[in-house]
Design a protein around this ligand. Structure first.
Ligand SMILES: [Zn+2]
Length: 150
């Protein structure tokens, strides 16, 4: 980094990491980041870490693989025992389509070649008008593997 440069603002670059550290450039701010970083300082996301929570389900793309976590999603409440029976879709999912208040995705079932198309509700919490004690809740999704964003 001894090169002379006429660029203004060069002196602002106080942080310079070790020589030879693998770098990649950010497509949004054109800044240089460490190659292992998943997130640029400007907020650009390079990739999602495995098992990290999907913060914004509307950002999901066709073919992304996520996991739906048990203990979330819609449930039926037994008023006598106060037990919740979860009615959501759980396990590994491959995104097929994003809709207004949820996701259409193929549920990956082990030992079968046929994936079942499911609807994963991701909208606001509400109470069902059709079924008593049925509470409609959004699912919680995590990234199943490193998914590169384009
Ligand atoms: Zn950036």
């Amino acid at each position: 980094m001894n090169m002379r440069t006429s660029r203004k603002g060069y002196s602002k670059q106080k942080k310079s990491s070790k020589k030879g550290a693998p770098k990649k450039s950010c497509p949004e701010c054109k800044g240089k980041c460490h190659a292992r970083l998943s997130l640029c300082e400007c907020g650009h996301i390079f990739f999602h870490k495995k098992l990290s929570v999907v913060e914004d389900w509307k950002m999901l793309k066709v073919g992304d693989t996520v996991k739906s976590i048990k203990g979330h999603g819609s449930y039926w409440l037994n008023l006598e025992t106060k037990e919740k029976t979860y009615m959501g879709v759980y396990g590994k999912l491959i995104i097929k389509n994003i809709t207004r208040d949820g996701i259409q995705a193929y549920k990956v079932a082990k030992g079968t070649k046929h994936h079942i198309l499911e609807f994963i509700y991701m909208g606001k919490s509400k109470t069902s008008k059709l079924l008593d004690n049925y509470h409609i809740r959004p699912h919680k999704l995590i990234w199943d593997k490193k998914v590169k964003l384009r």
